[in-house]
Design a protein around this ligand. Structure first.
Ligand SMILES: Cc1cc2nc3c(=O)[nH]c(=O)nc-3n(C[C@H](O)[C@H](O)[C@H](O)COP(=O)(O)OP(=O)(O)OC[C@H]3O[C@@H](n4cnc5c(N)ncnc54)[C@H](O)[C@@H]3O)c2cc1C
Length: 342
């Protein structure tokens, strides 16, 4: 429903983050989003916005402290056995009801599998807009609107999207796009407890269990300090052997371009880029990667980039801090050998 200007000005406040717990820990993307939520709240000078984290699940006692330390002013906890497993129908009903009750100005969530499933459902229920996979969030100084930036048309343009007449303004953001802020362990905040209504539990299906489904869940590019990525220049699946060896020597993880995944040389869990993961390691080593924009958006915020390519004019070579012109099959084993001796 289209809202009036005065309704938005008078009734909608606060920047909400949809929190997630994974394997007993607050998800890293939640902590990253609390940092950007604080920035947005501070910049939204026409309103006194609080940073609010909405956390849903079962047995959630004690998580609020870390969220306060990471700049949540208020934590709303919905702790119920019906939320033990992720049932998007129950979750969406609860989030939608709480949005109607508290009227947040902005709602952001990680573009995790849960966030990607839940946020569109909520946007439809609430009748507002949603910008998925944002790579930048800011507040328009003049209007106070959320500026939601994301690649569009296959990464060929960067679009900035505004949601003028509907609330909340909703975005999803992938892990690694924003850096988590240093915790302030002196901070506390307000804790609110909400419940699940009986009618919200009556969904057409029941989730009986949840489990990680493959070996791929062990590949963790987000936590790696060094990522060694192979592109089409590795030529075939066997070509990834030297990429794995270099990653092993530097205790890093193996990344890949979409071209290699589409060719079936390595699994999707390794993909870096617009339709893969966004990463920010200390060192990113791109081997035989051309550096098309769809790849760059996933790794360009790495602290230090090394590129190895036969073509000195490949776009990745312009971005790299160190660009090595050469055949990766000659260069990579030499680097591996040098580093293995340390
Ligand atoms: C909607 C959309 C989404 C996309 N999402 C992604 C994404 O998430 N991630 C992604 O990576 N791509 C993505 N792509 C694809 C992207 O546009 C490129 O096609 C892809 O990144 C190219 O992969 P590449 O660099 O491995 O291959 P190429 O572009 O073919 O580059 C290979 C490079 O290897 C070099 N080379 C060859 N042999 C050697 C050698 N022996 N030694 C050294 N260098 C050598 C070549 O000079 C070249 O620069 C997407 C595309 C679209 C349209």
């Amino acid at each position: 429903m289209k809202l009036t200007e005065s309704d938005i000005a008078d009734n909608y406040n606060d920047v909400w983050v949809l929190g997630e717990i994974v394997e007993g820990q607050v998800h890293k993307v939640t902590l990253e989003l609390l940092g950007i939520a604080k920035e947005l709240a501070d910049k939204h000078t026409s309103k006194k916005c609080k940073v609010v984290c909405l956390l849903m699940g079962s047995k959630l006692v004690g998580y609020e402290l870390e969220l306060f330390h990471k700049f949540a002013d208020r934590v709303i906890i919905v702790d119920d056995e019906s939320l033990k497993y992720f049932n998007d129908a129950i979750y969406a009903s609860v989030v939608s009801r709480l949005i109607k009750k508290y009227k947040p100005e902005i709602l952001i969530s990680g573009a995790t599998s849960k966030g990607r499933s839940l946020m569109p459902l909520v946007a439809v229920k609430i009748e507002t807009g949603l910008t998925a996979d944002c790579t930048g969030l800011d507040i328009d100084k003049e209007t106070g609107l959320l500026l939601q930036t994301r690649p569009a048309y296959g990464g060929n343009i960067i679009a900035t999207i505004k949601c003028e007449n509907h609330r909340p303004q909703m975005s999803t953001v992938r892990q690694g796009v924003f850096k988590s802020m240093e915790a302030d362990k002196t901070r506390t905040g307000e804790l609110i407890s909400e419940t699940v209504l009986e009618e919200e539990k009556n969904t057409r299906f029941t989730v009986l269990s949840e489990e990680a489904y493959s070996e791929d869940s062990k590949i963790n590019l987000h936590d790696a300090n060094v990522i060694v990525t192979g592109g089409r220049g590795v030529k075939n699946p066997e070509g990834f052997k030297i990429i794995h060896e270099l990653a092993g020597a530097v205790k890093g993880a193996v990344g890949a371009t979409r071209a290699t995944i589409d060719s079936g040389w390595i699994s999707y869990a390794h993909q870096v880029g617009q339709t893969g993961l966004t990463v920010q390691p200390e060192v990113y080593i791109a081997c035989g990667v051309s550096g098309q924009i769809q790849h760059l958006v996933g790794m360009q915020s790495s602290d230090f980039i090394i590129a190895i390519n036969k073509d000195p004019d490949a776009p990745i070579m312009q971005l790299a801090d160190v660009a090595i012109v050469g055949d990766l099959f000659e260069v990579v084993p030499v680097i591996t050998k040098l580093l293995s001796n340390y």
